[in-house]
Write a protein of this length. Structure first.
Length: 220
């Protein structure tokens, strides 16, 4: 199968985690787009969705699925999203699409995080994919200096603002052997809004599309 077909396969498989009558958390990205399209086929079973980006919100609404603000939701049984990298423990790098802050908020609110990826996203150690860090614009150079002190090469994502009005530094050259520790450390830098390490709240389940079809990995 092509990579796009693998994404479609894991997106369809994720439908079995949808809790009938409940609100579902929906992430951002090309694989999630396939999930939203698949979700449209069972929208009568979905009460509503909470979305991590304006792009996903538009796609959900185009399919007739109501989108709620997280503040309106008392329980969120499941959150479905992709990843740029995922390690053997379920820690991830996310934020290639720029929605890392809202993704992290929804992941924290959800009872279960289902990650949908193709097999190319599985890595033994995180860091080959540049680590996104969302920063308050006035703190950009301060944060950049601190990231360099940690051995990274931060590059501004030119011409891009997040849905929150902030900038992103993509940090190259890291080998992240202790992702939860690095996540905590980066969160302490003044001006950092969110770091694209999802280790303290990683995936509970990964659905992985590969040559042999879709396989499930459980981390929780």
């Amino acid at each position: 199968m092509t990579q796009d077909e693998l994404k479609q396969a894991v997106a369809r498989e994720a439908l079995r985690f949808v809790v009938p009558g409940a609100v579902i958390g929906v992430g951002t990205g090309s694989t999630v787009n396939h999930f939203i399209d698949a979700l449209a086929g069972i929208r009568d079973r979905v009460r509503a969705a909470v979305s991590s980006s304006e792009r996903s919100t538009e796609r959900l609404r185009a399919h007739g699925i109501e989108v709620l603000d997280l503040n309106e939701v008392s329980t969120l049984p499941v959150y479905v999203d992709g990843a740029d990298e995922i390690d053997p423990g379920g820690a991830m790098i996310k934020g290639g699409g720029g929605a890392l802050t809202r993704e992290k908020i929804i992941a924290e609110a959800a009872e279960r995080f289902v990650c949908i990826v193709d097999a190319s996203k599985l890595v033994p150690v995180l860091g080959a994919f540049a680590l996104p860090v969302e920063v308050v614009p006035m703190a950009r150079e301060l944060v950049r200096a601190r990231l360099r002190d940690l051995g990274g090469e931060p590059r501004l994502r030119e011409g891009y603002l997040t849905d929150n009005g902030n900038q992103i530094l993509d940090v190259h050259g890291l080998r992240i052997e202790h992702p939860a520790e690095l996540e905590s450390r980066l969160n302490q830098i003044p001006g950092v809004v969110t770091v694209g390490l999802f280790a303290r709240r990683g995936a509970d389940v990964a659905l992985v599309g590969g040559a042999d079809g879709v396989t499930q990995r459980d981390y929780a």
